[in-house]
Design a protein around this ligand. Sequence first.
Ligand code: F6R
Length: 364
Amino acid sequence: EKGNHRHFMQKEIYEQPVVVAQTLRSYLRRLENKVALPDMDFDLAGVKRVTIVACGTSFYAGMVAKYWFEQFARVPVDLDVASEFRYRQPVLEPGGLALFVSQSGETADTLAALRHARAEGQTIAVVVNVPTSSMAREADLLLPTHAGPEIGVASTKAFTCQLAVLAAFAANLARAKGRMDADEEKEIVAQLAEAPAAMNAALARDEAIEAIAPLIAPARDVLYLGRGPDYPMALEGALKLKEISYIHAEGYAAGEMKHGPIALIDDAVPVIVIAPSGPLFDKTVSNMQEVQARGGKVVLISDAEGIAAAGDKCLATIEMPCVHPLIAPLAYAVPVQLLAYHVAVAKGTDVDQPRNLAKSVTVE
Ligand code: F6R
């Protein structure tokens, strides 16, 4: 039931600190300062390459994971949308690890990709929210998210729980590969354990985000920009907005802006910039200034330091808590979801049951 929330989507956005904490409980050993995975009968140290396959929002979780696996474990990652995977005849080395990410565990393209990878001799790991699903049953390694049933068609809490599991998986892989010592592991465990609190702090911005929604609702097109692991968050923000508000939205890597989409910029195209302060901040801000120089109206999502440095010419800012780069995607998912939600409410669309969409896509 929706309780005192107006929509399931809103309820599920608000559940995130609790369900992410619940999910992390089975992947972190707080007292020992260690990450932990369920028992498995293969050796992570032997993994030379990971192939990640998923659709939609789950694909964007996989895309964040690609950054993490490569950065922390130095393991190369191939990433595909499931509907493309089989048909491009991917080169899969025997003994490789293929990882499938799905809320439902039933998405037809992802399931077909899983079976293809199995036939090609891959070890199959799945991150799924429905433990009785086909993907859960067919996996060698089941990595459950504990988001609980997700009713809203637009995925929210399943996504952040996927990120939590994938971050823990990245840390396990890094340890197995000898890329993470005990101090680094302790730090990662501590940062991940902070994620629910950071999400709560982001939820506390709800009213400010609601106040921005009327500025976005009249737009025909909206662009989202981010860099590094915040690039998939830009893609996710654009997907959320288009699916529930029906506004055309696109996510771009901030640095790609000047290779085409900047031609679209005028004062009628809001640009949402996802830029936590950190090593990539200055570069993203210079892309943001290119937008502003062309009359583009920017909504900057950053922390106090980022907003102090770059927020003055923005249409609006959303101030986030200061977070470690590892958990930024988890925390920044919240304002991105809330913005889409409030724009859709302002437009009066059917938030929980958007037109033409189904919760589980069981046709290819
Ligand atoms: C977007 C959304 C979809 C799903 C996609 C995959 O909000 O919900 O893009 O993420 O259909 O579904 P699962 O994760 O069930 O495989």
